[in-house]
Design a protein around this ligand. Structure first.
Ligand code: PGA
Length: 251
């Protein structure tokens, strides 16, 4: 089954009102100028800018996402943002379990699974990130690590797993300029697909994105792999021409 690819930008902790405005206007204009049946495009922005983006994207095909979400629905959780709040500002997606959150904020597999569940309960599609560190790859643990991370999300979310997006992001490739080869990406994507297939009969509708130094030059070959359904793009999503080239490679 062929499905439209999904290209999602992850702005991380970057941007300001003025530069967001310029970037988003350039993206919307660029996407509108692309002909034919295009891929789906989203930007995952810092939470304070959701309101700005909600206005900027109105009437366009650009979808909106957050970079994290609370596992809780509401209550005494200072600093957290609930999925329902994200929804009110037009977010369709929320990244969960990004390696930077696993590493700097101690997020466990179980917490990531709970965050995915909280997102789904509010009608937000979680973009669940999995990926191995360089040490794990070099010691032959890649398969074990990504399967363990994925298994926690499958366990907690049951049949709803068909509603998630998965992003395979090898930690050693994030922000380093070292991209996984198309073969390395395809290998992990295929094993994630098999794991998801065992969990849901609707596995075909799940997008499995590749992330980690995806750029205008390498996007086409990565996206040509049979199990690569799109990209989660960090650095290159902050420059309109680069991001538009990646989008064009996914058409
Ligand atoms: P990068 O980041 O494209 O800058 O490597 C990807 C990500 O962390 O989602």
């Amino acid at each position: 089954m062929t499905k439209r690819k999904l290209i999602a930008g992850n702005w991380k902790m970057n941007g300001d009102l003025a530069s967001n405005d310029a970037l988003v206007r350039a993206l919307i204009a660029g996407i509108a100028g692309m002909s034919g049946s295009t891929c789906e495009v989203a930007v995952c922005v810092p939470a304070p800018y959701l309101a700005q983006l909600q206005m900027l994207r109105a009437g366009s095909r650009l979808e909106l996402g957050a970079q994290d979400v609370s596992a809780h629905a509401s209550g005494a959780y200072t600093g957290e943002v609930s999925a329902a709040m994200l929804k009110e500002f037009g977010a369709r997606y929320a990244i969960v379990g990004h390696s930077e959150r696993r590493l700097y904020h101690g997020e466990t597999d179980a917490l990531v699974a709970d965050k995915a569940k909280a997102a789904l309960a509010a009608g937000i599609t979680p973009i669940v990130c999995v990926g191995e560190t360089l040490a794990e790859r070099e010691t032959g643990k890649t398969e074990d690590v990504v399967k363990r991370q994925m298994a926690a999300v499958i366990h907690t979310n049951g049949h709803c797993i068909s509603e998630i997006v998965v992003a395979y992001e090898p930690v050693w490739a994030i922000g380093t300029g070292k991209t996984a080869t198309p073969e390395q990406a395809q290998q992990v994507h295929a094993l994630l697909r098999a794991q998801l297939k065992a969990a849901t009969e609707h596995c075909d509708r799940i997008h499995i994105l590749y992330g980690g130094s995806m750029n205008a030059a390498n996007a086409a070959t990565l996206l040509a792999q049979p199990d690569v359904d799109g990209g989660l793009v960090g650095g290159a999503s902050l420059k309109a021409p680069d991001f538009l080239q990646i989008i064009a490679a996914a058409l």
